[in-house]
Design a protein around this ligand. Structure first.
Ligand SMILES: Cc1cc2nc3c(=O)[nH]c(=O)nc-3n(C[C@H](O)[C@H](O)[C@H](O)COP(=O)(O)O)c2cc1C
Length: 357
């Protein structure tokens, strides 16, 4: 079986190990969506990952889901990311930006704009705003003529990501955000070529990947997916058919990887593994579920044919996760109360393993 600590190729990169840091929003950016020196330190501390996938980053103003998330649509944001990408590279790491358009999971109090989505169907749940959590509003359904601009926002942000020094980008196609809303059968009620049968529901995702591949090249483009996931009220019918169709279309574009979450039965995920000839990053547990990804889950999925394994909470709490896993050292627990609280506490304060005599 492949070891977690063997090198791997990813696009044009050689990763020294197969441990990927999963994307995690930590809402420590400025009100203008600028990355900060603390963010540079946080990612630099974790540069021994084979690959870091950075936190969800909005490609335009309307796509911002939360106050405190960083953006990639202004020159100032590009300049601010430089300190982060430089810090990771100086420490020997590799960093992709996760491009996340929130779609209907957003709020006018955060963006000054009415959120958009495939249809005028609100998400379930409450979204963070500058004055605290509020119910998600009814989005404005995108007109057919507006869809190309939203698709292009991923490609333009990808170009900006490369300008900012990122090694590539991951499109956020998971967890109930815009791409996932188009894949969904209850958030997407469109009757045009972007809604209805599976070949239409995958179109937005495929066109977003195609535009990004055109902009920065296939070897620097990945996509994250959560087959069957039910985040923010999205539901998907015909999960296997939907994702088989999506992968069939994506194969032609040859992106560097797909990043799957364990949101469906293992049997379904294995079928998708077989349908995908390229690199598979597997995130082996249900996001926000009770169980975290650890060595056992990673080895299970390497045995099932995953190429790389992503770790979220374990990496959040253990900057030296690779060394800890390699040496079977205990992992520090993460503190949920500091995920989104801002500041350096619970952000820069997790230490490397301290050996005692
Ligand atoms: C604080 C936090 C923030 C997260 N933010 C994102 C995000 O921005 N984008 C994303 O795709 N997933 C996000 N996730 C989900 C993780 O990438 C991962 O799928 C999840 O934590 C499960 O993996 P784990 O058991 O290894 O933590 C987040 C998870 C956590 C804990």
């Amino acid at each position: 079986m492949t070891s977690l600590f063997e090198p791997a190729r990813l696009g044009d990169l050689v990763l020294p190990n197969r441990v990927v840091m999963a994307p995690m929003s930590r809402v420590r950016a400025t009100a203008d969506g600028l990355a900060t020196p603390s963010m540079a330190s946080y990612y630099a501390q974790r540069a021994s990952a084979g690959l870091i996938v950075g936190e969800g980053t909005h490609p335009n103003a309307v796509g911002r889901s939360n106050p405190g998330t960083p953006g990639l649509h202004t020159d100032a944001q590009v300049a601010a990311w430089r300190q982060v990408t430089d810090a990771v590279h100086v420490n020997g790491g590799r960093l992709f930006a996760q491009i996340m358009h929130g779609g209907r999971v957003s709020h006018p109090d955060t963006t000054g704009l009415r959120p958009v989505g495939p249809s005028a169907v609100p998400a379930t749940g409450e979204v963070f705003t500058p004055t605290g959590p509020q119910p998600t509003p009814v989005p404005r359904a995108l007109d057919l003529t507006e869809i190309p601009e939203q698709i292009d926002s991923y490609a333009v942000a990808a170009r900006r990501a490369v300008d900012a020094g990122f090694d590539g980008v991951e499109l956020h196609g998971a967890n109930g955000y815009l791409i996932s809303q188009f894949l969904s059968s209850n958030a997407n009620l469109r009757t045009d070529r972007y809604g209805g049968p599976v070949r239409n529901r995958v179109r937005f995702a495929v066109e977003a990947v195609a535009a990004t591949v055109d902009a920065i090249g296939a070897s620097r483009t990945g996509i994250r997916l959560s087959p069957g996931g039910v985040f923010w009220g999205v539901e998907e019918t015909e999960v296997t058919a939907l994702y088989r169709e999506l992968l069939t279309e994506l194969v032609r574009l040859e992106p560097a990887y797909i990043h799957l979450e364990a949101t469906a039965e293992e049997e379904v995920l294995l079928e998708l593994r077989r349908a995908w000839p390229g690199t598979l990053i597997m995130n082996p547990v249900l996001p926000m579920g009770p169980k975290q990804t650890g060595l056992a889950e990673a080895e299970h999925w390497l045995g099932l044919g995953a190429d790389l394994i992503s770790f979220g909470r374990a990496f959040l709490a253990n900057p030296d996760l690779v060394e800890r896993l390699r040496n079977h050292l205990p992992l520090a627990p993460d503190d949920e109360s500091t995920y989104y609280q801002g500041g350096d506490d619970g952000y820069l304060t997790y230490s490397t393993y301290r050996y005692s005599a």
